[in-house]
Design a protein around this ligand. Structure first.
Ligand code: BTN
Length: 329
């Protein structure tokens, strides 16, 4: 349901960088110019700055540095039927909140985004640093009702789509480190965490979570992450418009989900994997179930398992594990 803030943003963005008169906004909203001014104050409180001139009206001077739901919704190119967006100031984990809302019966698909997480989680129960309001913490909720076996390449497919999105959005060159890391120059900018609830051999609830370092300050990392983490803004050299990125991300993730659900992803998966895979031909160590394996990555199988050639030429298949790149000998 569009609010007055949505309508004002739609008008201002459509004319940006030109002016929109206060009377035009008042007429659109069917309210007084004083009421328009009050709505502009709300938008200012959300982080917008406007130029205002009596004779010309308003225009946008700068946009919020943190996510803001009406702006993301206004920037969404197309909104699939039944899709809803929730933007929270703070939550324990957007994945947990999405799971709770699915369990409570909220219609899917929906996305939960938060400015901060107090218990952001990664794989193996590790913490995901979620203190900066200038990064994205997002979870997408679906009810696929398919057998679990069909979802094996889901996270990889989503990762490929996110790499494509970032390449197009910010003219950067990301790569995927199997199975869930998005890297730039060996440093992690994004991590994905897919979680499912299975019922009677069918995936009933599916949550795809993404943490993406967008504009976090270079010196904002805890010391243990400082050497390993990177933000998109470090790669581009200037801050990104986080709300425009969030809108583009939502569009891309929903489309990627649909392509996957229709089985159409198989047409492009191999090409995209070839483009973004960081491991093929590389010597790695892989930690799985407490054991460390070594070898050279020879590719992926149809189920998204990693194929590792050991020193004797034997190929081993891994469906899960933690990869570290090793030095070539
Ligand atoms: C990883 O690299 O191990 C995965 C990290 C996933 C982090 C995201 S942030 C949004 C969503 N909510 C969470 O608690 N985790 C995911």
């Amino acid at each position: 349901m569009p609010t007055a803030e949505h309508v004002i943003l739609r008008e201002l963005l459509a004319r940006d960088p030109n002016w929109v008169s206060g009377s035009a906004l008042a007429a659109k909203l069917d309210v007084s110019r004083v009421a328009v001014w009050q709505h502009m104050e709300k938008l200012r409180a959300a982080g917008f700055a406007f130029e205002a001139q009596r004779s010309r009206g308003y225009r946008i001077a700068s946009r919020p540095a943190a996510i803001y739901a009406p702006l993301i919704e206004t920037l969404l190119k197309s909104r699939p039927r039944n899709f809803s967006l929730v933007v929270l100031d703070e939550i324990d984990s957007t994945n947990d909140e999405a799971a709770r809302q699915l369990a409570a019966g909220r219609p899917a698909p929906f996305a939960i985004l938060a400015r901060r997480q107090t218990r952001g989680r990664g794989r193996f129960g590790r913490a995901w640093h979620s203190a900066s309001t200038t990064n994205l913490y997002a979870s997408f909720a679906f009810r696929p009702r398919v057998e679990p076996g069909r979802m094996q390449t889901f996270t990889l497919w989503m990762g490929l789509n996110i790499c494509e999105l970032l390449t197009n959005f910010a003219a950067v060159t990301p790569g995927i480190k199997w199975p869930n890391d998005i890297l730039f120059s060996g440093r992690k900018a994004g991590g994905m965490l897919t979680e499912a609830r299975v019922d009677a051999d069918q995936i009933r609830d599916l949550v795809f979570g993404l943490g993406l370092n967008v504009n976090s300050p270079v010196d904002g990392w805890p010391s243990d992450l400082a050497r390993h983490a990177i933000a998109l803004s470090d790669v581009t050299g200037s801050p990104l418009d986080i709300n425009r990125l969030a809108a583009a991300l939502i569009g891309r993730v929903l489309l990627a989900y649909q392509t996957f659900a229709d089985g159409e992803h198989l047409k492009t998966f191999a090409d995209l994997w070839h483009r973004y895979d960081l491991l093929r031909g590389k010597p790695i160590g892989l930690l799985e179930g407490g054991r460390r394996h070594h070898g050279t990555v020879s590719g992926l199988d149809d189920e998204g398992a990693l194929l590792l050639r050991d020193e004797h030429g034997k190929v081993h298949r891994f469906r899960a594990g933690e990869v570290t790149l090793e030095k070539s000998t």
